[in-house]
Design a protein around this ligand. Structure first.
Ligand SMILES: [Zn+2]
Length: 98
């Protein structure tokens, strides 16, 4: 049926402007490096994990204490991001629209 076309599109991380793999679904996701820099509103380092091994659910963990937090909001370089479960599994961080 449809022949898969290669689009020479590029997109970049909204926090650091580094080029990332183009995603039609997530045109403004944070790159891997920025995901590692995510902090909460108090500046504590956050890590986002799936709540099930099947790759569903999304949960933030404070790296320092391994404490689970309910908030899916984080900050990267002062930009507000929201974590969500990625379509193909894992977590994707997207800028939070006001
Ligand atoms: Zn980045």
């Amino acid at each position: 049926m449809n022949i898969k076309k290669e689009y020479p599109k590029q997109q970049h991380c909204p926090a650091c402007s580094r080029y990332v793999k183009h995603s039609t679904r997530y045109p403004d996701y944070a790159c891997d490096k920025c995901v590692l820099k995510a902090v909460d509103s108090k500046g504590r380092a956050l890590q986002f994990i799936n709540t099930t091994s099947a790759g569903h659910g999304c949960q933030a963990v404070l790296k320092e204490t391994n404490e689970l937090t309910k908030s899916k909001t984080c900050f990267i370089k002062g930009i507000k991001f929201k974590a969500q479960v990625a379509y193909l599994g894992g977590i994707v961080l997207l800028p939070k629209v006001k």
